[in-house]
Design a binder for this molecule. Structure first.
Ligand code: G6P
Length: 585
């Protein structure tokens, strides 16, 4: 995965591209690089590590292209960082995806005398463009022709952008991974995400799969990759503004996004018409499969429990496992896809497999215009605004709020979700936050923690453990409370920290029994519960709001993960090895 940002206009391209990349770093941050067109050569500055605070050292130019990388082919080295240039350094190329036939293409190009400077699959595409460009006159059209010729040779799902230093032009083609074109007066942009462009222009067009685009100072023109025939770009106003994208007064994006949650829940409760439509479609379907990845999968699992309470069977599974069950889907099936980005490859593949069997698709998605929203029959926008911290907070609880609203009585669930929004402040800044800071201080030198919940609190236990792991690297394991005594209890020793989610519902007495069992073996028990109990050593108090208690119950894991990361001196926004938008398999 990676972030791509390109510019053609009259401003200083190197500065613009570097700043644009800073807004896309959540997509990968192993290394970064920028190229500009200067004296008919593509000049490149690329470095390993995060971009933060650094500037590219490049000559003045009005055409530039940059990339932030999440390594797939080849280690994290300066040579493997993008952009990659051709033998003559006329063009530079960046890439998102995996070239599935890279071995054959590399062998072929090497036999024809091309020199490779990196281990990446990307570099060979630069040489393919070079070969296709060589016999053509030096015009922007030629760059498009050569880009199409090269791209058609690639197997797999890819997006490439090429800068031609001879014609001051950019060309892009894609079969997967997002690309957005920004339109200005005498300037144009290309980026992986509208969030990086809206500072400059709000007139954008999302490039579809199987499309290519030629971008010059004065125009952006799309064609079909397979045929080369013109394709109209649907230019619309961006859903987000730069104010949504910025950090404001917050120290980091994780803090900003956690604090935005109550407003997101309120908005979903205030305008629940799309959720009522979702509820109708779930009711009408013969079977419902909820799919997602990471936090999206945990939300899917919440859907299974929440709809079960409402008397409706929903099956949840990780989107990456769906292919094993795709043959059970048919015209009556509704696939409920839960994805913040709408770009996660495993979600898109699952949805496409279901569509191929005539299933209907409903999406709970946060990014307007994303690939998922383009294939779904119904999209319920989460309306959470850009989520830039790699770990998901507001997008997860937005999905949870949406599911509570869609599965419950409309009036009751709206009232409870709104009440949860009113009470969230105590978790984010008030006394509950202090209690979570104290818990973080107790856990900071530990290696393991366990989180248990039952029923609808089981997905929350998984999500709580995931938040802790992702952002603080403490090994946390979430599981269903009933499973405790079937193995995991062997790991509980005096001093082991166990977090127990015990809301005032039908799961309470069983979860209390599990808490007593670990306490009897010396565990330190912290409960996320409404009331104290002798089995609890510490209490993170979550008021009883019926089904909306789960919304508040999702906050301690986020805050605890954040506080642990800070206590361990870690960057909460960009955890090790992760990337936000997982567009490769
Ligand atoms: C990555 C992120 C997770 C996210 C998952 C699914 O793994 O690090 O935070 O939950 O992708 O992303 P999606 O955009 O489909 O919700």
């Amino acid at each position: 995965m990676c972030g791509i940002f390109g510019y053609v206009g009259s401003k200083n391209a190197s500065d613009l591209v570097t700043k644009g990349l800073a807004k896309l770093e959540y997509r990968g941050y192993d290394s970064w690089g920028v190229t500009v067109a200067h004296a008919a050569r593509a000049i490149v500055d690329k470095q390993t590590g995060k971009l933060r605070g650094k500037v590219a050292s490049l000559p003045g130019s009005h055409v530039g292209l940059g990339h932030t990388r999440w390594a797939t082919h080849g280690g994290v080295t300066q040579a493997n960082a993008h952009p990659h240039v051709d033998c003559g350094e006329r063009i530079a190329l960046v890439h998102n995806g995996i070239v599935a036939n890279d071995v054959e293409l590399r062998r072929e190009l090497a036999a024809r005398g091309h020199r490779f400077r990196s281990e990446t699959d990307t570099e060979l595409v630069a040489h393919l463009v070079e070969e296709a460009l060589a016999p053509l006159p030096p015009t922007p059209e030629s760059l498009l022709t050569a880009t199409l010729a090269a791209f058609r040779r690639l197997a797999g799902m890819n997006a490439i952008v090429v800068l031609d230093a001879l014609t001051d032009t950019l060309a892009a083609a894609k079969s997967g991974s997002p690309l957005v074109v920004g339109f200005g007066e005498g300037e144009h942009w290309l980026a992986s995400d509208q969030a990086a462009i809206v500072e400059h222009t709000r007139r954008i067009a999302v490039l579809g799969d199987g499309q290519a685009v030629l971008v010059t100072r004065d125009s952006a023109r799309a064609v079909d990759v397979a045929t080369g025939s013109p394709r109209a770009l649907d230019v619309t106003e961006a859903a987000w503004t730069d104010a949504h994208v910025g950090l404001g007064a917050h120290p980091d994006y994780m803090t900003k996004e956690m604090h935005e949650q109550p407003a997101v829940w309120r908005r979903l409760a205030a305008d629940d018409a799309p959720l009522r439509e979702l509820a109708r479609r779930i009711e009408a379907a013969t079977d419902v499969v909820a799919l997602g990845c990471g936090s999206g999968f945990h939300a899917a699992l919440s859907a299974e429990y929440l709809f079960a309470r409402a008397g409706r069977r929903v099956r949840a599974m990780p989107a990456s496992e769906f292919s094993h069950f795709a043959r059970f889907t048919g015209p009556g099936t509704l696939v409920l896809a839960l994805s913040q980005s709408g770009e996660t490859i495993d979600v898109l593949e699952a949805v496409n497999a279901a569509r191929a069997r005539d299933a209907r698709v409903a999406a709970l998605c946060n990014v307007p215009g994303s690939a998922l929203t383009r294939v779904a029959d119904l999209t319920v926008p989460l309306g959470a605004g850009p989520e830039r911290c790699v770990v998901s907070t507001k997008a997860f609880t937005a999905k949870l709020a949406a599911l509570i609203l869609a599965s419950g009585d409309p009036d009751d669930s709206k009232r409870l979700v709104t009440q949860a929004a009113d009470l969230a402040g105590a978790f984010l800044d008030g006394p509950t936050r202090t209690a979570l800071q104290n818990l973080a201080a107790r856990l900071v030198h530990d290696e393991h923690a366990y989180v248990i919940g039952r029923g609808a609190s089981y997905p929350l236990a998984l999500e709580t453990a995931l938040k802790i792991k992702e952002v603080s690297y403490l090994h946390a394991e979430g599981f269903a409370g009933g499973e405790l005594k079937h193995g995991v209890i062997a790991l509980v020793a005096p001093g082991t920290h166990c977090i127990v989610i015990a809301p005032e519902d039908e799961t309470k007495s069983d979860v209390l029994a599990a808490a007593a069992q670990v306490k009897a073996r010396g565990a330190v028990v912290t409960a996320i519960a409404a009331e104290p109990h002798p089995a609890f050593d510490h209490l993170i108090r979550v008021p009883d709001l019926g089904v909306a208690s789960h919304l508040l119950g999702a906050l301690p894991g986020q805050v605890l993960g954040y506080e642990l990361a800070r206590a361990r001196g870690l960057d909460p926004d960009m955890p090790r090895n992760l990337a936000k938008s997982v567009t490769v398999k």
